[in-house]
Write a protein that binds this ligand. Structure first.
Ligand code: NAD
Length: 365
Protein backbone atom coordinates (compact mmCIF):
# COMPACT_ATOMS: atom_id res chain seq x y z
CA UNK A 1 0.00 0.00 0.00
CA UNK A 2 1.17 3.55 -0.68
CA UNK A 3 0.27 6.03 2.07
CA UNK A 4 0.62 9.81 1.79
CA UNK A 5 1.24 11.19 5.25
CA UNK A 6 1.38 14.89 6.05
CA UNK A 7 3.87 15.47 8.86
CA UNK A 8 3.59 18.40 11.25
CA UNK A 9 6.69 18.23 13.41
CA UNK A 10 5.87 21.54 15.08
CA UNK A 11 7.80 23.08 17.95
CA UNK A 12 9.68 22.09 21.10
CA UNK A 13 10.04 18.32 21.38
CA UNK A 14 7.82 17.91 18.27
CA UNK A 15 10.62 17.25 15.76
CA UNK A 16 12.38 14.82 18.17
CA UNK A 17 9.32 12.63 18.81
CA UNK A 18 8.15 12.75 15.19
CA UNK A 19 11.56 11.46 14.01
CA UNK A 20 11.05 8.35 16.15
CA UNK A 21 7.48 7.77 14.92
CA UNK A 22 8.73 7.98 11.30
CA UNK A 23 11.47 5.48 12.15
CA UNK A 24 8.81 3.05 13.38
CA UNK A 25 6.53 3.64 10.36
CA UNK A 26 9.48 3.00 8.03
CA UNK A 27 10.23 -0.22 9.84
CA UNK A 28 6.59 -1.28 9.39
CA UNK A 29 6.82 -0.33 5.70
CA UNK A 30 9.90 -2.54 5.30
CA UNK A 31 8.40 -5.53 7.11
CA UNK A 32 4.92 -5.41 5.62
CA UNK A 33 5.63 -4.02 2.15
CA UNK A 34 4.11 -0.52 2.38
CA UNK A 35 5.47 2.80 1.18
CA UNK A 36 5.02 5.83 3.39
CA UNK A 37 5.51 9.14 1.54
CA UNK A 38 5.91 12.08 3.90
CA UNK A 39 5.07 15.69 3.17
CA UNK A 40 6.35 18.17 5.75
CA UNK A 41 3.80 20.79 6.80
CA UNK A 42 4.66 23.85 8.90
CA UNK A 43 2.30 24.73 11.73
CA UNK A 44 2.61 26.57 15.04
CA UNK A 45 5.58 28.66 16.14
CA UNK A 46 7.81 27.48 13.30
CA UNK A 47 5.21 28.70 10.79
CA UNK A 48 4.95 32.05 12.59
CA UNK A 49 8.73 32.43 12.29
CA UNK A 50 8.67 31.57 8.59
CA UNK A 51 5.40 33.15 7.39
CA UNK A 52 4.13 35.32 10.30
CA UNK A 53 1.00 33.14 10.62
CA UNK A 54 0.58 29.83 12.51
CA UNK A 55 -0.86 28.00 9.48
CA UNK A 56 -0.87 29.11 5.86
CA UNK A 57 -3.60 28.21 3.36
CA UNK A 58 -0.94 26.26 1.45
CA UNK A 59 -0.29 24.19 4.57
CA UNK A 60 -4.03 23.47 4.90
CA UNK A 61 -4.10 22.39 1.24
CA UNK A 62 -1.12 20.09 1.82
CA UNK A 63 -2.89 18.50 4.82
CA UNK A 64 -6.05 18.02 2.76
CA UNK A 65 -4.04 16.36 -0.01
CA UNK A 66 -2.68 13.78 2.46
CA UNK A 67 -4.41 10.53 3.48
CA UNK A 68 -3.63 11.30 7.12
CA UNK A 69 -1.58 13.76 9.17
CA UNK A 70 0.86 12.84 11.91
CA UNK A 71 1.63 15.68 14.27
CA UNK A 72 4.21 16.24 17.02
CA UNK A 73 3.19 19.24 19.08
CA UNK A 74 3.06 22.99 18.70
CA UNK A 75 3.66 26.00 20.90
CA UNK A 76 6.36 27.28 23.21
CA UNK A 77 6.76 28.58 26.72
CA UNK A 78 3.62 30.66 27.17
CA UNK A 79 5.37 33.03 29.64
CA UNK A 80 8.54 33.77 27.71
CA UNK A 81 8.06 32.98 24.02
CA UNK A 82 7.45 35.99 21.71
CA UNK A 83 4.74 33.90 19.97
CA UNK A 84 2.50 34.60 23.00
CA UNK A 85 2.84 38.36 22.67
CA UNK A 86 0.93 38.14 19.37
CA UNK A 87 -2.86 38.58 19.17
CA UNK A 88 -4.67 35.26 19.94
CA UNK A 89 -5.53 34.57 16.30
CA UNK A 90 -1.83 34.64 15.37
CA UNK A 91 -0.57 32.41 18.19
CA UNK A 92 0.56 28.81 17.60
CA UNK A 93 -2.67 27.17 18.90
CA UNK A 94 -4.76 29.17 16.39
CA UNK A 95 -3.07 27.07 13.69
CA UNK A 96 -4.38 23.85 15.21
CA UNK A 97 -7.91 25.25 15.57
CA UNK A 98 -7.85 26.37 11.95
CA UNK A 99 -6.63 22.95 10.81
CA UNK A 100 -9.31 21.09 12.81
CA UNK A 101 -11.99 23.34 11.37
CA UNK A 102 -10.71 23.16 7.78
CA UNK A 103 -10.62 19.38 7.92
CA UNK A 104 -13.96 19.05 9.75
CA UNK A 105 -12.42 16.89 12.47
CA UNK A 106 -15.46 16.21 14.64
CA UNK A 107 -14.47 13.00 16.43
CA UNK A 108 -11.70 12.88 18.99
CA UNK A 109 -10.35 9.53 20.12
CA UNK A 110 -8.25 9.12 23.24
CA UNK A 111 -7.33 5.68 24.49
CA UNK A 112 -6.61 5.09 28.16
CA UNK A 113 -4.62 1.93 28.66
CA UNK A 114 -2.82 0.75 31.76
CA UNK A 115 0.52 -0.92 31.12
CA UNK A 116 1.29 -3.58 33.70
CA UNK A 117 4.87 -2.25 33.92
CA UNK A 118 3.70 1.32 34.68
CA UNK A 119 1.05 0.35 37.23
CA UNK A 120 2.96 2.15 39.93
CA UNK A 121 2.16 5.53 38.30
CA UNK A 122 -1.60 4.81 38.52
CA UNK A 123 -3.15 6.60 41.52
CA UNK A 124 -5.86 3.91 41.97
CA UNK A 125 -5.66 1.06 44.49
CA UNK A 126 -4.06 -2.14 43.24
CA UNK A 127 -7.20 -4.26 43.65
CA UNK A 128 -9.09 -1.83 41.37
CA UNK A 129 -6.59 -1.92 38.52
CA UNK A 130 -5.56 -5.55 38.80
CA UNK A 131 -5.66 -6.99 35.27
CA UNK A 132 -5.36 -3.48 33.82
CA UNK A 133 -7.89 -1.48 31.79
CA UNK A 134 -8.17 -0.58 28.15
CA UNK A 135 -10.73 1.98 27.03
CA UNK A 136 -11.24 4.44 24.21
CA UNK A 137 -12.93 7.77 24.81
CA UNK A 138 -14.72 9.08 21.75
CA UNK A 139 -15.57 12.74 22.23
CA UNK A 140 -17.59 14.95 19.88
CA UNK A 141 -15.29 17.85 19.07
CA UNK A 142 -17.12 20.53 17.11
CA UNK A 143 -20.51 21.03 18.78
CA UNK A 144 -22.18 21.42 22.15
CA UNK A 145 -21.53 24.02 24.81
CA UNK A 146 -18.11 25.11 23.52
CA UNK A 147 -19.54 26.18 20.16
CA UNK A 148 -23.02 27.41 21.12
CA UNK A 149 -24.11 31.05 21.25
CA UNK A 150 -23.01 32.84 24.41
CA UNK A 151 -23.38 36.26 25.92
CA UNK A 152 -22.94 38.19 29.14
CA UNK A 153 -25.39 40.99 29.82
CA UNK A 154 -26.91 42.97 32.61
CA UNK A 155 -30.54 42.09 33.29
CA UNK A 156 -32.32 44.33 35.83
CA UNK A 157 -28.97 45.43 37.21
CA UNK A 158 -27.65 41.84 37.59
CA UNK A 159 -24.80 40.63 35.37
CA UNK A 160 -25.92 37.37 33.75
CA UNK A 161 -23.95 34.99 31.53
CA UNK A 162 -25.51 32.48 29.13
CA UNK A 163 -23.94 29.59 27.22
CA UNK A 164 -26.03 27.35 24.98
CA UNK A 165 -25.67 23.63 24.40
CA UNK A 166 -26.95 22.67 20.98
CA UNK A 167 -26.75 19.41 19.05
CA UNK A 168 -28.74 18.40 16.01
CA UNK A 169 -29.53 14.82 15.10
CA UNK A 170 -27.01 14.74 12.23
CA UNK A 171 -24.14 15.80 14.47
CA UNK A 172 -25.06 13.08 16.96
CA UNK A 173 -25.58 10.40 14.33
CA UNK A 174 -22.18 10.89 12.67
CA UNK A 175 -20.26 10.64 15.96
CA UNK A 176 -22.40 7.72 17.18
CA UNK A 177 -21.68 5.85 13.95
CA UNK A 178 -17.97 6.51 14.41
CA UNK A 179 -18.15 5.22 17.99
CA UNK A 180 -19.85 1.97 16.97
CA UNK A 181 -17.38 1.52 14.08
CA UNK A 182 -14.47 1.86 16.51
CA UNK A 183 -16.13 -0.63 18.90
CA UNK A 184 -16.25 -3.17 16.06
CA UNK A 185 -12.44 -2.98 15.95
CA UNK A 186 -12.23 -3.52 19.71
CA UNK A 187 -14.22 -5.49 22.34
CA UNK A 188 -17.57 -4.46 20.83
CA UNK A 189 -19.06 -2.53 23.70
CA UNK A 190 -20.23 1.11 23.69
CA UNK A 191 -21.07 3.12 26.81
CA UNK A 192 -22.91 6.24 25.70
CA UNK A 193 -22.58 8.97 28.30
CA UNK A 194 -25.13 11.76 28.72
CA UNK A 195 -27.23 13.65 31.24
CA UNK A 196 -30.61 12.55 29.88
CA UNK A 197 -32.32 12.94 33.26
CA UNK A 198 -31.92 16.71 32.89
CA UNK A 199 -30.89 17.88 29.41
CA UNK A 200 -32.94 17.89 26.21
CA UNK A 201 -29.75 17.66 24.15
CA UNK A 202 -28.91 14.45 26.06
CA UNK A 203 -32.36 12.99 25.45
CA UNK A 204 -31.88 13.55 21.72
CA UNK A 205 -28.37 12.09 22.05
CA UNK A 206 -29.82 8.94 23.66
CA UNK A 207 -32.52 8.53 20.99
CA UNK A 208 -30.06 8.83 18.10
CA UNK A 209 -27.54 6.48 19.76
CA UNK A 210 -30.33 3.89 20.11
CA UNK A 211 -31.26 4.28 16.42
CA UNK A 212 -27.60 3.93 15.44
CA UNK A 213 -27.13 0.88 17.67
CA UNK A 214 -29.81 -0.95 15.68
CA UNK A 215 -27.39 -1.02 12.72
CA UNK A 216 -24.69 -2.70 14.85
CA UNK A 217 -26.16 -5.95 16.19
CA UNK A 218 -22.69 -7.24 17.13
CA UNK A 219 -22.00 -4.31 19.47
CA UNK A 220 -23.56 -4.22 22.93
CA UNK A 221 -24.35 -0.78 24.28
CA UNK A 222 -25.50 0.89 27.45
CA UNK A 223 -26.35 4.42 28.56
CA UNK A 224 -24.67 5.97 31.57
CA UNK A 225 -25.20 9.34 33.22
CA UNK A 226 -22.08 11.48 33.18
CA UNK A 227 -21.87 11.88 36.97
CA UNK A 228 -22.02 8.10 37.38
CA UNK A 229 -19.41 7.66 34.63
CA UNK A 230 -17.00 9.98 36.45
CA UNK A 231 -17.37 7.74 39.52
CA UNK A 232 -17.16 4.44 37.60
CA UNK A 233 -13.89 5.52 35.96
CA UNK A 234 -12.16 5.42 39.32
CA UNK A 235 -14.26 2.63 40.85
CA UNK A 236 -14.14 0.05 38.07
CA UNK A 237 -12.31 1.32 34.95
CA UNK A 238 -12.03 -2.12 33.38
CA UNK A 239 -15.78 -2.22 32.63
CA UNK A 240 -15.29 0.26 29.76
CA UNK A 241 -14.44 -0.39 26.11
CA UNK A 242 -15.65 2.61 24.04
CA UNK A 243 -17.05 5.62 25.89
CA UNK A 244 -19.07 7.74 23.47
CA UNK A 245 -19.94 11.25 24.58
CA UNK A 246 -20.49 14.90 23.71
CA UNK A 247 -17.89 17.66 23.74
CA UNK A 248 -17.74 18.97 27.30
CA UNK A 249 -18.41 15.64 29.04
CA UNK A 250 -15.67 14.11 26.84
CA UNK A 251 -13.25 16.92 27.65
CA UNK A 252 -13.58 16.23 31.37
CA UNK A 253 -13.83 12.42 31.26
CA UNK A 254 -10.85 12.02 28.91
CA UNK A 255 -8.63 14.01 31.28
CA UNK A 256 -9.86 11.92 34.20
CA UNK A 257 -9.15 8.72 32.24
CA UNK A 258 -5.67 9.89 31.22
CA UNK A 259 -4.86 10.74 34.83
CA UNK A 260 -5.43 7.15 35.94
CA UNK A 261 -2.98 5.80 33.32
CA UNK A 262 0.12 7.56 34.68
CA UNK A 263 2.32 9.44 32.22
CA UNK A 264 1.42 12.07 29.63
CA UNK A 265 4.25 10.79 27.41
CA UNK A 266 2.32 7.53 26.81
CA UNK A 267 -1.00 8.91 25.53
CA UNK A 268 -1.83 9.06 21.82
CA UNK A 269 -4.90 10.67 20.26
CA UNK A 270 -6.71 10.95 16.95
CA UNK A 271 -9.16 13.41 15.47
CA UNK A 272 -11.28 12.06 12.64
CA UNK A 273 -13.80 13.35 10.09
CA UNK A 274 -16.37 11.35 8.15
CA UNK A 275 -13.82 10.05 5.65
CA UNK A 276 -10.82 7.86 6.45
CA UNK A 277 -8.74 10.99 7.06
CA UNK A 278 -7.41 11.64 10.56
CA UNK A 279 -5.02 13.88 12.48
CA UNK A 280 -2.92 11.85 14.91
CA UNK A 281 -0.95 13.41 17.75
CA UNK A 282 0.31 12.76 21.27
CA UNK A 283 -1.90 14.16 24.03
CA UNK A 284 0.97 16.14 25.56
CA UNK A 285 2.29 19.52 24.47
CA UNK A 286 5.61 20.72 23.10
CA UNK A 287 7.37 20.40 26.51
CA UNK A 288 9.70 23.41 26.02
CA UNK A 289 11.35 22.58 29.36
CA UNK A 290 12.97 19.45 27.88
CA UNK A 291 13.15 20.35 24.16
CA UNK A 292 16.49 19.63 22.51
CA UNK A 293 17.74 17.47 25.38
CA UNK A 294 17.01 14.13 23.69
CA UNK A 295 15.05 12.85 26.69
CA UNK A 296 11.41 13.26 25.58
CA UNK A 297 9.28 10.13 25.58
CA UNK A 298 8.40 9.32 21.93
CA UNK A 299 5.92 6.53 22.81
CA UNK A 300 2.72 8.63 22.64
CA UNK A 301 3.69 9.74 19.13
CA UNK A 302 4.62 6.20 18.10
CA UNK A 303 1.26 4.96 19.41
CA UNK A 304 -0.40 7.83 17.48
CA UNK A 305 1.28 6.46 14.34
CA UNK A 306 -0.21 3.04 15.22
CA UNK A 307 -3.66 4.66 15.42
CA UNK A 308 -3.02 6.23 12.01
CA UNK A 309 -2.29 2.79 10.56
CA UNK A 310 -5.44 1.35 12.16
CA UNK A 311 -8.00 4.06 11.53
CA UNK A 312 -6.90 5.78 8.31
CA UNK A 313 -5.46 2.76 6.47
CA UNK A 314 -7.20 -0.23 8.11
CA UNK A 315 -3.77 -1.79 8.68
CA UNK A 316 -4.80 -3.52 11.90
CA UNK A 317 -2.03 -6.17 11.94
CA UNK A 318 0.60 -3.47 11.45
CA UNK A 319 -0.92 -1.32 14.22
CA UNK A 320 -1.02 -4.36 16.51
CA UNK A 321 2.69 -4.94 15.75
CA UNK A 322 3.54 -1.40 16.90
CA UNK A 323 1.41 -1.70 20.07
CA UNK A 324 3.04 -5.06 20.85
CA UNK A 325 6.55 -3.65 20.32
CA UNK A 326 5.80 -0.85 22.80
CA UNK A 327 4.52 -3.35 25.38
CA UNK A 328 7.63 -5.50 24.85
CA UNK A 329 10.06 -2.60 25.26
CA UNK A 330 8.45 -1.77 28.61
CA UNK A 331 8.50 -5.44 29.61
CA UNK A 332 12.22 -5.52 28.75
CA UNK A 333 12.74 -2.73 31.26
CA UNK A 334 13.47 0.30 29.07
CA UNK A 335 12.11 3.67 30.21
CA UNK A 336 12.50 7.31 29.29
CA UNK A 337 13.06 9.61 32.26
CA UNK A 338 9.38 10.59 32.66
CA UNK A 339 8.31 6.97 33.29
CA UNK A 340 11.23 5.86 35.45
CA UNK A 341 9.90 4.18 38.61
CA UNK A 342 9.98 6.31 41.76
CA UNK A 343 10.59 3.34 44.03
CA UNK A 344 13.88 1.69 42.99
CA UNK A 345 14.96 0.94 39.45
CA UNK A 346 15.99 -2.72 39.60
CA UNK A 347 15.99 -4.27 36.13
CA UNK A 348 15.09 -0.92 34.57
CA UNK A 349 17.31 0.98 32.12
CA UNK A 350 16.88 4.67 31.38
CA UNK A 351 17.14 5.58 27.69
CA UNK A 352 16.82 8.73 25.56
CA UNK A 353 14.31 9.58 22.82
CA UNK A 354 16.22 8.15 19.88
CA UNK A 355 17.30 4.97 21.68
CA UNK A 356 13.70 4.31 22.68
CA UNK A 357 12.68 4.61 18.99
CA UNK A 358 15.43 2.15 17.99
CA UNK A 359 14.46 -0.34 20.71
CA UNK A 360 10.81 -0.27 19.59
CA UNK A 361 11.85 -0.77 15.92
CA UNK A 362 13.92 -3.81 16.94
CA UNK A 363 10.81 -5.36 18.50
CA UNK A 364 8.51 -4.90 15.50
CA UNK A 365 7.49 -8.41 14.35
P1 NAD B 1 3.28 19.98 28.10
O1 NAD B 1 2.42 18.78 27.88
O2 NAD B 1 4.10 20.42 26.96
O3 NAD B 1 4.26 19.69 29.33
C1 NAD B 1 3.80 19.37 30.65
C2 NAD B 1 4.87 18.53 31.37
O4 NAD B 1 4.89 17.22 30.76
C3 NAD B 1 6.28 19.10 31.19
O5 NAD B 1 7.01 18.90 32.37
C4 NAD B 1 6.88 18.27 30.07
O6 NAD B 1 8.28 18.14 30.15
C5 NAD B 1 6.18 16.93 30.27
N1 NAD B 1 6.01 16.20 28.99
C6 NAD B 1 5.11 16.46 28.00
N2 NAD B 1 5.30 15.61 26.98
C7 NAD B 1 6.32 14.81 27.32
C8 NAD B 1 7.00 13.75 26.68
N3 NAD B 1 6.65 13.32 25.45
N4 NAD B 1 8.03 13.15 27.32
C9 NAD B 1 8.39 13.55 28.55
N5 NAD B 1 7.81 14.54 29.22
C10 NAD B 1 6.78 15.17 28.60
O7 NAD B 1 2.32 21.14 28.63
P2 NAD B 1 2.64 22.69 28.87
O8 NAD B 1 4.02 22.86 29.43
O9 NAD B 1 1.47 23.19 29.59
O10 NAD B 1 2.60 23.33 27.42
C11 NAD B 1 3.77 23.64 26.65
C12 NAD B 1 3.33 24.14 25.29
O11 NAD B 1 2.65 23.08 24.57
C13 NAD B 1 2.34 25.31 25.36
O12 NAD B 1 2.68 26.23 24.35
C14 NAD B 1 1.01 24.66 25.08
O13 NAD B 1 0.09 25.56 24.52
C15 NAD B 1 1.42 23.62 24.08
N6 NAD B 1 0.47 22.49 23.92
C16 NAD B 1 0.33 22.01 22.67
C17 NAD B 1 -0.51 20.93 22.45
C18 NAD B 1 -0.63 20.41 21.05
O14 NAD B 1 0.27 20.59 20.25
N7 NAD B 1 -1.72 19.74 20.71
C19 NAD B 1 -1.19 20.32 23.51
C20 NAD B 1 -0.97 20.83 24.81
C21 NAD B 1 -0.14 21.92 25.01
Amino acid sequence: MECRIGVISGDGIGPEIIAEAKKVLNKIGEKYGHTFCYQDILMGGCSIDAYKVPLTDEAVAAAKASDAVLMGSIGGNTQTSPWYRLPPELRPEAGLLKLRKSLNLFANLRPAYLYEELKEACPLRENIVEGGFDMMIMRELTGGLYFGARKTEEIDGVVTAVDTLTYNENEIRRIAKRGFDIALKRRKKVTSVDKANVLDSSRLWRKIVEETAADYPDVTYEHMLVDNCAMQLVKNPKQFDVILTENMFGDILSDEASMITGSIGMLPSASLNDTKFGLYEPSGGSAPDIAGKGIANPIATILSAAMLLRYSFDLDAEADAVDAAVRQVLKDGYRTVDIMPQSGADGVTQVGTSEMGDLICERIQ
